[in-house]
Write a protein that binds this ligand. Sequence first.
Ligand code: AMP
Length: 424
Amino acid sequence: MRVLMIGGGGREHTLIWKIAQSPLVEKIYCTPGNAGIGALAECESMDVEGALEPMSQFAIDNRIDLTLIGPENPLANGVVDHFESLGLKVFGPSRVAAEIEASKVFSKELMNKYDIPTAKSGTFDDPQEAAAYIREVGVPIVVKADGLAKGKGVIICHELQEALDAVDAIMVQKEFGDAGNRVLVEEYLVGEEASFIAFTDGETIVPMSSSQDHKPIYDGDRGPNTGGMGAYSPAPVVTDEVHDLIMETVMKPTIKGMAAEGRLYKGVLYAGLMIADGKPKVMEFNARCGDPETQAVIPRLKSDIVPVIQACIDGTLNKVKLEWTEGPAVCVVMASGGYPVEYEKGKVISGLEDANAMENVTVFHAGTAKMGDDIVTNGGRVLGVTALGNDIRDAIDTAYEAVKEISFQKAYYRRDIGHRALER
Ligand code: AMP
């Protein structure tokens, strides 16, 4: 089988690393890919957030049997509908199904309609009405741009002025463009976060092992949010009881609700949850795998992933069972100094081979590129260093030993990935 992956980050490298282990797969292609992916797949530079035709033409020209989509923008642009209309086999939700991520207002309306537990909120297309609601409800409060904003459209506000400024930035200054035509103003939830990611064919739901990421840039979960500075799996907060509650109160009603709305949901559904007193509430849905959760979850999957993906497309997921390693995994993200604000690119990375040669360690590339014989930094988040362990302490120690092997100018990483799991 010839597989095409669309995307070029740590999540896509991890999925390709897993797919490459399948005896069903003969050759892998990736657009645009990165230096790590380049060792496993033939990469083709392409604007995957732009026009859809170059991607489908590439799939036709290279006789691709199966296409996978990593990031949210191509999904929101309807890449799945486009590929299907040409008779190409593709894994992921359609454009109207992907709206569960692409519109926070749609997602909230769905949750309210189908009694899926979530934060109380108001939706506004007028900044003055949003401001009046904020003044009435008070702080802390969360202001969210409706549309896709590269993970930056959620602003947690502890002061009234912050919340009013957030509405102004999103709706008046249009910092995220049309994504800010509407805002969601949401109750601030307390508890412990977890990510719950599942395969689905639109009816059957097969969950992956739970995980948790670390979004803020600094140790102790301080500073601005990033795409994610590390992750671990499983998340101890997701006990068997909590797992069952998530399936019954979140995943099943969501997949049923989407079908009832005429938006049959096939692919990977990600629920970002806040768990308090053993009860989950949804903060967001994503229409794809999480990054960097994937880098911690997928290395724990013992089963071949390709038949699972095929079963999602074919509607036969009820025949699939997944096997996971008992031991946990930890992924530490190494970033360019200055990320998530301003950072430099083109720094030579050394030590990758030594880190990768360590037992139980895999280094996944995110923002990397090949320059001559060197591998250089090419983005904010550069690498995800994943280690499997017998227990969480072991996985954390191994991941940080591997991180120490790797160096590039102004490398930055958090030193406390996995601390919450450890405290438990
Ligand atoms: P989202 O993209 O909606 O998951 O938001 C990004 C991050 O903001 C989440 O991972 C949480 O850390 C935080 N967040 C989002 N919504 C809320 C909420 N209602 N209460 C508290 N924190 C939130």
